[in-house]
Design a protein around this ligand. Structure first.
Ligand code: ATP
Length: 428
């Protein structure tokens, strides 16, 4: 077995996802809609696994974090208080020549609409406007009357739904700092330059956890969460050489943050943010206290009183999914034949095992195979496949990352054993 050379490109990942029904461009029969995607069967299964493993690490295995599921459309005052109405924007420039729109702070990563080898603004024909601020929140209307008072927003992050429920959880879940609230759900951003497949989309599933701590312990907990989240990626198979922690300098951080670290992955587009971990201080609870008039603070039994500081690990399932696919993708030559294989961690793999009758026309083999399948499917996500030659069936499972195949053959009929094929070593 030998690896075929060649880098893993985003195009290869997109093509595999499409070929095997992981992900499709959304609204495709109507020409699509920029940077929105639909997930097919294996995509749904993989996403479910990522979500469940995050939840397991963040809630199930801990004493100090509880779950929440807040609404997507919140009172618009929430976004005034959080600063999103005034400041959740990117600087935008238009090119009057090619009519494309770019983020002014990312021009060095963009391509000129007419000469893709150049950056916007680099050719004499480029005619860029001055940068102006473009708010990334999607607006909508609540109720039947369309006026300014009915304006509402689709949430651009799940975090604010957590802050506004701080008091509920503190009282009703009887928590005291340090404790956290975790939430998974859709967030929406009208990104100016979406693209790179699922890396930057306008609708994504965020997994955020706000960890409330006594102010004096914030720095320690911040370091703790950077390491804990980094280790989580190693645990599920991302190669250490493709991961790094990048701490923001003061000029890059939000004004209220006293520390932000991006966990970056070496995507085909270069090192980019996979997950962000931020020490947000008391900014969020203080803002919502001021705007709502409800005091969001911790009062201890001995009268001790303070506004907790917040440590926030935030990530989207999409960015994890792409990183896992890129990391797992391998093209190799086995016995003179090429195969594409996703070496996904078994916990991430959409299908855990395939059950294959060697000769689909052999009734005994089929009966055995169906019996094994019915037994396994009660507890695991397994797949029964009797279509096509066995080699092709193996290749199909390799491409969706199924770690094991159980083949029912003559030997099974003799002694009840099955042939187990290991995806990575191909040992049988
Ligand atoms: P970027 O600088 O890449 O736009 P950000 O700093 O705005 O990201 P945050 O606001 O910190 O991102 O969001 C937290 C996490 O949510 C990110 O680390 C990323 O995993 C995810 N995320 C943010 N925007 C998108 C998007 N448009 N598509 C997919 N995932 C996203």
């Amino acid at each position: 077995m030998s690896e075929t050379p060649g880098p893993v490109t985003m195009d290869k990942i997109v093509s595999l996802c499409r070929r095997r029904g992981f992900v499709f461009p959304s609204s495709e029969i109507y020409g699509g809609l920029g940077s929105t995607y639909d997930y097919g069967h294996y995509g749904v299964l993989a996403k479910n696994n990522i979500r469940q493993l995050w939840f397991q690490a963040m809630v199930q295995e801990r004493d100090d974090i509880v779950a929440l599921d807040s609404a997507i459309i919140l009172n618009p005052a929430v976004w005034e208080a959080s600063g999103h109405v005034a400041g959740f924007s990117d600087p935008l420039v238009d090119c009057r020549t090619c009519k494309l729109r770019f983020r002014a702070d990312r021009l060095e990563d963009a391509q000129c609409g007419r000469k893709p080898s150049k950056r916007p603004g680099e050719t004499p024909d480029c005619d860029l406007t001055e940068a102006r601020q473009f708010n990334l929140m999607f607006q909508t209307q609540v109720g039947a009357v369309e006026d300014a008072s009915s304006t509402a927003y689709l949430r651009p992050e799940t975090a604010q739904g957590i802050f506004i429920n701080f008091k509920n959880v503190l009282q009703l879940a009887r928590r005291k700092p340090p404790f956290g609230i975790a939430q998974v759900g859709k967030s929406f951003r009208n990104e100016i330059t979406p693209g790179n497949f699922l890396f930057r989309v306008r609708e994504f599933e965020q997994m955020e956890m706000e960890f409330f701590v006594p102010p004096a312990d914030a720095e320690e907990w911040y370091r703790y969460w950077v390491d804990a989240r980094f280790d989580w990626y190693l645990k599920y198979g991302l190669r250490e050489g493709n991961l790094r922690k990048r701490e923001h300098g003061a000029e890059e951080r939000s004004h209220y943050s006293s520390g932000t670290t991006d966990i970056e992955y070496l995507y085909p587009i270069g090192w980019s943010e996979l997950e962000g971990v931020a020490n947000r201080g008391d900014f969020d609870l203080t803002q919502h206290t001021q705007f709502s008039g409800t005091k969001l603070e911790f009062v201890g039994q001995d009268g001790e009183r303070y506004t907790p500081h917040v440590i926030e690990p935030a990530v989207s399932i999409e960015r994890i999914f792409v990183a896992l696919l890129v990391d797992a993708y391998h093209e190799e030559v086995v016995a003179d034949r090429e195969r594409t294989v996703l070496r996904l961690h078994p916990a991430i793999a959409p299908v855990k095992a395939a059950i294959l009758p060697l000769i689909p026309r052999n009734e005994d083999m089929v009966t055995h195979a169906r019996g094994l399948f019915d037994e396994l499917r009660r507890r695991h996500l397994v797949e029964y496949d009797d279509s096509g030659q066995i080699g092709r069936r193996y290749r199909r499972q390799d491409e969706i990352g199924t770690p094991w195949a159980f083949t029912i053959d003559d030997q099974t009929l003799e002694d009840g054993t099955v042939t187990v094929r290991d995806r990575d070593s191909l040992a049988q």
